[in-house]
Ligand binder design. Sequence first.
Ligand SMILES: Nc1ncnc2c1ncn2[C@@H]1O[C@H](COP(=O)(O)OP(=O)(O)OP(=O)(O)O)[C@@H](O)[C@H]1O
Length: 227
Amino acid sequence: MIELRDVSKTFTLHNQGGAVLRVMSGATLSVAPGECVALTGASGSGKSTLMRMIYGNYRAASGQILVDGVDVASAEPREVLALRRATLGYVSQFLRVVPRVPTREVVAEPCLATGLDRAAAFARAEELLARLNVPEPLWQLSPTTFSGGEQQRVNIARGFARTCPALLLDEPTASLDPVNRAVVLDLIDEAKASGAAIIGIFHDAEARARVADREVDVTAFAPARAA
Ligand SMILES: Nc1ncnc2c1ncn2[C@@H]1O[C@H](COP(=O)(O)OP(=O)(O)OP(=O)(O)O)[C@@H](O)[C@H]1O
């Protein structure tokens, strides 16, 4: 479902004299449906960069990044957007809040975008908000004024609202209390059981051990130093 072939990445810092940073080369990785792979490696080794390349936020310098057969590395922006709508989900730690949109709708939106009818999309949103202990009186309000933890749980509810065949998780349990952390781990298990191919960054070692089938150390993809 997710397959990386010989992917490399360089950053060109235009505002710093055009300095070129080579951060990755030869990244090769394959994740099957129902499998969860945890990215590991020291800080700065490229875990987030790899994830952002798969989601299409960063452009790979070379190589192929196949998600459900679409090569994100060479796809047009509109193809990447279509892939995100239908196939590829991303759960980060932070919610991008759109003012005036009520929480219930923020969570239901990915389901509505895939054509689910409103009643079913809102029912799913409410189920997730309840499971993640977001108080019901808040559901009709925009999450703009919510606490950090409430916004994070709204974001997780949104990320798991629809069943994505491919799912990227960036620290999904970071700074959650034990009860909500357990809910998130259950949601990950459920996504796996429904066939999602998952790549995650989990600094929480216990969470990683519980949900990951395999670990991939991205340090192995560090570019060889020039002589
Ligand atoms: N937008 C960017 N522009 C320039 N360099 C970047 C950019 N994003 C990341 N880098 C560089 O790429 C390297 C990998 O960073 P990345 O954030 O992917 O590491 P990480 O393994 O996720 O680290 P951490 O565990 O600390 O979050 C770092 O050296 C970083 O400075």
